[in-house]
Write a protein that binds this ligand. Structure first.
Ligand SMILES: C[S@@+](CC[C@H](N)C(=O)[O-])C[C@H]1O[C@@H](n2cnc3c(N)ncnc32)[C@H](O)[C@@H]1O
Length: 508
């Protein structure tokens, strides 16, 4: 099923009709306030940014309603990526309509109480993406027996005993832990109150010690996210993994998830010793690290990628490597040109090779010919071919010694494609690539090597790599195009120096 804006409009209409058929009191009891379309889309877009590219998604929404998040998931992600999608909805009034709405999709919606359901047993069945706007039901609306049951369940799952005063959403968040596979990403849209009230203490304990808290975004209280529920809300992002040493959490405030008004990184140590978190998001100057404006040249040495002088000869496919029996010690993984790079974040295998359809290797040998002749007869044969075809006498090769050695361009996590048009499908002329592999790149890329000040910060904070990449991607096209030049036919180009003058907001 092709989920389009029209499908979402139909869902919103259905939601309105279902809401209207109930009284406000009835809806309050079960916390039935739907997430607006734009906010759901922002949330899923951000999840897409955080998750590894091409991850096979097992999605869970424990408080499904009619499926605002599921709709956004289907629109923002490649539907082929979604291997399973599970929802829970206690109220058949919404649940049955949702089943009808999504009948042609992989969704398995359970019309039952999520807090009483049995979680899957194995990691392979558990979710790796949970997005939820849980019911905001205050404890006064829960019976004593219900509170006791929820408290026991939360304790059994997380080892954390929530207060009897905790709202239902706190229990939802903790109980969902049992549905999360290792490294599962969770995004919870919840009232920001938990950050300050006493009953939120244990929720914060869970977020700081049992999982890796990634980000807390608080909306401005005047910018009420729900037309019909007057609460100030936050989106809390975390990952099911123990927090690394010296972990920092991004706190952002105001504006939207993608473009908050304020943002800063806060050390877990600081959070541990701060009783009220909402102030952290708002008051500047109090926290040690901020997003600061940097010219890229202050943080990176920017170099054009390798100029081999003959990519056809020096850049080889695995088939060519085996046909010519090129010894592996002279091969380095190298990225394909941006045209053949479908993703902006490149995953790596255990050997440091990029996980891409097109695997390529750079031939790079510094040994003098006499040594190659005595030790590597198959390589000599291949080099001979290069001599016969005039490769060795090309300008660039002639100026290298030996001619089959390459410039020194070690891999870097950050690259930029510096030639592009605005009128492409992507609509953006330049791309910043996050490279987790050991692949180097040819001169169709600019390579951004972190300078010591940035390298040091990256080594100290595992979160920073992605934040820096996101910051690079947030540099406006106008700024990049303003720095670069435009050629005939609308081709934009950036020289290393020009990219160095672009300004990014980086959390250092
Ligand atoms: C805040 S709404 C969110 C709905 C939808 N996910 C959205 O964002 O538009 C919470 C939903 O959870 C449902 N709900 C309340 N208690 C529940 C429970 N114990 N188990 C499963 N669903 C529940 C409500 O009926 C309501 O549809």
């Amino acid at each position: 099923m092709n989920i389009t804006k029209a499908t979402e409009q139909a869902r919103v209409l259905c939601q309105l009709q279902l809401d209207e058929a109930k009284t406000k009191i009835e809806r309050n009891k079960l916390g039935q306030f739907a997430t607006p379309t734009d906010l759901a889309a922002d949330i899923l877009k951000y999840a897409l940014e955080l998750l590894p590219a091409h991850l096979q998604i097992r999605f869970l929404d424990p408080a499904f309603g009619t499926g605002s998040f599921y709709s956004a998931l289907l629109q923002e992600f490649n539907p082929l990526q979604i291997v399973s999608a599970v929802g829970y909805e206690i109220d058949p009034h919404y649940g049955l309509s949702a089943i009808a709405l999504w009948r042609n999709t992989p969704l398995k919606l359970n019309i039952t109480d999520f807090t009483q359901a049995t979680p899957p047993q194995t990691d392979a069945e558990k979710a790796n993406l949970i997005i939820c706007n849980p019911p905001y039901v205050r404890h006064h609306h829960l019976s004593q027996i219900e509170k006791q049951r929820l408290q026991n369940k939360t304790l059994q799952i997380t080892g954390i005993k929530l207060s009897q005063l905790a709202s239902l959403y706190c229990h939802f968040l903790c109980i969902a832990d049992a549905w999360m596979a290792d490294n599962c990403l969770a995004g919870w849209l919840i009232p920001s109150g938990f950050m300050d009230v006493n009953y939120g203490q244990q929720v914060k304990e869970y977020l700081l010690n049992r999982v890796t808290l990634l980000r807390v975004h608080q909306f401005h209280p005047h910018d009420v996210q729900f037309a019909d529920a007057l609460v100030s809300s936050a989106v809390v992002w975390f990952k099911k993994a123990l927090p690394p040493a010296n972990h920092h959490v991004e706190f952002s405030y105001g504006g939207s998830l993608a473009t908050p008004k304020e943002r800063k990184l806060v050390a877990c140590e600081v959070l541990n010793s701060t009783a009220k978190w909402t102030r952290i998001g708002i008051i500047s100057h109090q926290i040690n690290s901020h997003f600061k404006q940097f010219k890229l040249k202050d943080l990176f040495t920017i170099k054009r990628g390798l100029a081999t002088g003959a990519n056809n000869f020096f850049v080889l496919t695995p088939e060519q490597v085996s046909a010519y029996q090129i010894p592996t010690e002279f091969l380095k993984p190298i990225l394909p040109s941006p045209r053949y790079l479908p993703v902006d974040e490149i995953a790596t295998d255990s050997m440091g090779h990029p996980i891409l359809k097109q695997q390529l290797f750079l031939l790079d040998c510094n040994l003098p010919l006499s040594e190659v002749e005595s030790k590597y007869p198959s390589l000599v044969k291949y080099l001979q071919k290069g001599v016969e075809n005039g490769i060795s006498s090309r300008y660039l090769c002639q100026h290298r010694s030996p001619w089959y050695s390459q410039e020194n361009r070690p891999p870097s996590p950050f690259l930029c494609t510096y030639m592009g048009r605005q009128d492409t499908k992507r609509g953006r002329p330049f791309r910043f690539i996050l490279n987790h592999s050991q692949a180097t790149a040819t001169n169709v890329y600019l390579i951004l090597y972190p300078k010591p000040i940035l390298s040091k910060a990256l080594a100290q904070n595992s979160q920073l790599l992605k934040l820096v990449w996101q910051a690079l991607n947030h540099i406006s096209d106008e700024m990049l195009m303003g720095e670069g030049r435009v050629y005939g036919g609308g081709l934009y180009k950036l020289e290393p120096k020009e990219l160095g003058n672009a300004i990014a907001s980086i959390p250092l």
